[in-house]
Design a protein around this ligand. Structure first.
Ligand code: HEM
Ligand code: HEM
Ligand SMILES: [Fe+2]
Length: 469
């Protein structure tokens, strides 16, 4: 396939991928900067504070992953439904609106940073809710972008001659995905009530609606890269979705342990979130099963590696690392320490970053038209990104366990105990190791970008092109 043969929707997808990869880089820069404050606490005092750097790091994370999802869906939709996207003109315009909003918010966060605690600040500067801090006007803009996207997908699905199981799941998933975003808006002065609703957004995104979304995307990718039959992919998708929603919705309770909600949340949250690793385990069985069925034969090595890694690290980062601290008996000690940060990094990376990178390589192969995609550069990206992330996660775990042990279990959670734990050598060396592995991760990002930009060697397909049933 050459560039001129791409549909308009696929060209739009390429723009989304370019924006996503660029913002991935911006996120890493602010991640590294945020980590340096732990080593040099007086850094940039009263010029640029840790909290703003961290806001940029995590808000850009949410945005670039969303862009990666949008790109993936715009890429696959015309092929999946055999129909060009309805309302594509509007989608093209909204891509630029999306970019303009993100750029404007970044400028506000960089130069204005914060305002007085009133309505004007909420509307123009910062809504102050972690992960979705963008001011209200920008949140409305994002809602419009997602609304146009939902319109594109739903109306194309309605007009297309055939509807597939994957598309059904995707269309239905878009409804809660959008609805919970409305949670970014209300600002309740009662902290417990505010957190109660805010968790609907954060938890229901990453542990329900985004998991379903990436499940659909991985299903499409698997058919492309391994030629897995649609029947098998869809059967697994239904099982995974059922389990994700079955455990994930009430699993929300693991955020209600200590925010002033009734006691019954301890049992509900503990029980249901302990079941959350199950669907992720199902994904691994699925990936290994497919790889075995096709005897590891693939014409796209990098995509194949990233798909398998996504399945394993989603299970380990979200499932195991989440499970470790999801029972209230343990969470009482680990809550809000670097242990949580360890899980947050591992889960986001395993579930979503690896998945989006897999799609990038599928697209790379199809746009450049090579039969067999391999080479050396992608391996550097793969190796350094994974080494950097696993290193960071282990360093954070060590630091977090020191906080839980010295600050909570032994010190009794006093302010002094917190300060002592922060000076503990296990904590301090953990923070250094995190930054060092962060630079390794950044090296991996550079290799990833180079492998995307460099023209691949023209090697004919080694195996017969998969023909999904
Ligand atoms: C060079 C690599 C990175 C560095 C140095 C880095 C550093 C940091 C730092 C210092 C924080 C603030 C933690 C705190 O409040 O104590 C943070 C938060 C966070 N980062 Fe990163 N990060 C990096 C890459 C990533 C990646 C690749 C992801 C996602 C896949 C990610 C997701 C997050 C999330 C979700 C949080 C919020 C965690 C929480 O508060 O529990 N970061 N990061
Ligand atoms: C892809 C899926 C997941 C992602 C991206 C994810 C990400 C995160 C992040 C970023 C946080 C920190 C939130 C904050 O305080 O700012 C968090 C907290 C938490 N996650 Fe996950 N998570 C995932 C799946 C899971 C699963 C499957 C479990 C349980 C089995 C789990 C259990 C927890 C718990 C208990 C907390 C609260 C930690 C605390 O008390 O400080 N997570 N998660
Ligand atoms: Fe959660």
């Amino acid at each position: 396939m050459s560039r001129s043969e791409l549909t308009r929707s696929q060209k739009l997808a390429l723009r989304y991928f370019a924006a996503a990869v660029t913002l991935f880089g911006v996120m890493i820069i602010f991640g590294l900067l945020s980590s340096l404050y732990y080593l040099f606490p007086g850094m940039l005092f009263e010029v640029f504070n840790f909290n703003t750097s961290k806001i940029l790091h995590i808000d850009v994370l949410v945005i670039w992953l969303l862009m990666g999802f949008l790109g993936s869906v715009y890429w696959y939709l015309p092929k999946e439904l055999d129909h060009e996207i309805e309302g594509i003109g509007m989608a093209e315009i909204f891509f630029w609106i999306f970019c303009a909003v993100v750029a404007a918010v970044a400028v506000i966060f960089l130069f204005v940073q914060y305002g007085p605690g009133n309505e004007t600040t909420l509307w123009l500067i910062n809504q102050g809710r972690k992960y979705v801090e963008a001011p209200r006007w920008a949140a409305i803009g994002l809602l419009a972008v997602m609304g146009v996207f939902a319109y594109n997908v739903a109306v194309t699905a309605m007009r297309a001659k055939r509807m597939t199981g994957i598309m059904w799941v995707l269309v239905l998933d878009l409804i809660p995905l959008l609805v919970v975003y409305l949670d970014a808006f209300p600002a309740d002065p009662n902290m417990s009530r505010d957190l109660y609703w805010w968790w609907w957004l954060v938890h229901m995104w990453v542990e329900s609606t985004w998991e379903v979304m990436i499940g659909c995307i991985m299903a499409l990718v698997l058919m492309d890269v391994m030629g897995t039959s649609r029947r098998i992919v869809e059967a697994w998708l239904y099982i995974e979705v059922m389990l994700v929603l079955g455990a994930g919705i009430l699993g929300l309770g693991h955020h209600y342990f200590w925010i002033g909600t009734p006691k019954y949340w301890l049992s509900i949250g503990g029980f249901f979130s302990a079941l959350e690793p199950l669907p992720l385990l199902g994904m691994i069985v699925h990936a290994v099963y497919d790889a075995g069925m096709h005897r590891l034969k693939t014409n796209n090595r990098p995509a194949f590696y990233w798909i398998t890694t996504e399945a394993f690290l989603n299970f380990i980062g979200a499932g195991i690392w989440g499970f470790m601290m999801t029972l209230p008996q343990i969470n009482m000690f680990s809550h809000g320490t670097q242990w949580t940060v360890s899980h947050g990094h591992f889960a986001f990376y395993g579930a979503y970053v690896c998945g989006v990178i897999a799609v990038l390589y599928v697209v790379k192969q199809q746009v450049s038209g090579v039969g067999f995609l391999d080479g050396r550069l992608w391996k550097w990206g793969y190796g350094l990104l994974n080494l950097g992330m696993v290193g960071m996660v282990m360093a954070l775990l060590m630091a977090g366990m020191a906080q839980a042990f010295y600050g909570r279990a032994i010190g009794g959670s006093t302010l002094m105990a917190f300060v002592n734990a922060s000076e503990n050598p296990w904590f301090v060396s953990g923070m250094w190791a995190r930054t060092i592995f962060g630079f390794v991760f950044a090296g991996g990002y550079v290799a990833l970008v180079c492998s995307m930009l460099r023209a691949p060697k023209r090697v004919p397909a080694l195996y017969p092109q998969p023909e999904p049933a």
